[in-house]
Ligand binder design. Sequence first.
Ligand code: ADP
Length: 521
Amino acid sequence: MSPVLPPGVNAAGLDRALKAFARIVGAEAVFATDEDRDTYADKYALDEARHHAAAGVAPASAAEVQAIVRLANEHKVPLWPISRGKNLGYGYTAPVLPGSVVLDLSRMKRIEFDAQNGTVLLEPGVGFYDLYDYLRANKLPYWLSVPGNSWGSVIGNALDRGLGYTPYGENTTKLCGMEVVLPDGDLVRTGMGAMANGAGWGLYRYGFGPAWDQMFVQSNFGIVTKANLWLMPEPEQVKGIDVEMDAIEDLGPLIDAIGALRREGVLQQSPTIGNWLRAANIVTTRDEWVKDGGPLTDQTISAIRKKFGLGWWGVSLRLYGRESVTNATYPILEQAMAAIKPMAVKPALWRRGDPIAPNQGGWMGVPMTFPMQNANWYGGRGGHIGFSPIMPQDGRAALDQFRRNYARYKEYRLDPQMSFAFGERHLINVNAVLLNKDDEAFMKRVDPFMRAMIADSAAHGYAEYRAHIDYQDTVAGTYDFNSHALRRLNEKVKSALDPNGILAPGKSGIWPAAYARERGK
Ligand code: ADP
């Protein structure tokens, strides 16, 4: 099959570009067969005909990235950088603009650890499992904050603002100084790394003057080839409580109680309240409960919850640190939960030196993949797509949001995997919309459902913190103050940094002038 070509480039032009790339990285690191292209496809796509990459190219160093970027400018071929490309539910490895060449950084796997300060300088190909193995092999007493799918890279996760569950759960806030290849091939270091002999690169974020790290997060302004990340010292103790709430309405008081503890700083981790399906879909499948794809009734939900001892909502709260300190704060947590009358509570305790149970790894820095079992809920070829608006930590607002969402799930006959993830002051209403890719009629309902959800949320002032490549223009469009002033600013910066528009056109709804006509396609 001939590859999808980028706009304005013919087959011979693409071929010339790929041959030029091969002279930099070697022919074995240019991937342009049908099978290669298929590897870079979004396996969870709603429509598999969209977002095809033309090829992949995998440099092994920042110097090779610079050379590829310069060639991409010369040949006017757009690049889509990925670290390990396990961005499941948001587009996997696939580019927004069809015909882009995936700039696959997964071969860049260097790790430099500063044991005194607990910071690590990482290349983008370093996965959570790689870093975990490195910490263990070198007996370094530090923990990661891993996402539910820990298959990806540490940097890629922080660059898409992915979440973990420890006190360091907002990984993007633990970035401290980066090395970046700009769209013209120049190489910059941010923060203290801007000094040629900078001693505090991983320690002080800002350097002097404007601080740029977040400019390279969820943007298409540069390719991150190194970043410093702070890691959490292994605590003496993790003490906490698993809480199940019986009724839908219990969501409101649960959010208000946790939000207060979070703001006060009693609770420093980022807990996530999940609904029954978020817990059930990793231990059972739909066909064990419902015949022939029929509706999921309230009776069935009750039966599933009963079998697995699940509330309508569940949350795990954890305190980290010295034994004396966590022992002192634990009763505060226990009382706050008792006050809202949970259906069940289960205390949890880990002390340094104890083994870590596999299902507890998420709270204790151990990479995991079992939550990806959710893609199997319907059977057949599964998947999920993310819908994750930001909202205030307000119980009543969250319950209203839940009711609107739930009505939409019922209207479109989709099963709801929902959660509410706490940040320091905000809440993210994370929905993993589960897919059944073998059911054509089902799949047709998902896109209008997503659009309805985005519009409903936007009408209440809530917009997504992260979006699948299908919806990045739509979501960017909901940030509409002063006739989309933010988009105009982003695109002014984009034109200044990337006049040929070769870097990730369309990422986060930011289109360079060269491809402006592709917006919304
Ligand atoms: P992971 O390796 O954790 O699975 P991805 O590689 O899928 O993460 O990255 C998530 C998103 O972040 C990508 O779709 C891409 O847009 C962006 N991204 C990833 N790595 C880089 C990088 N090194 N520089 C710039 N943007 C990146």
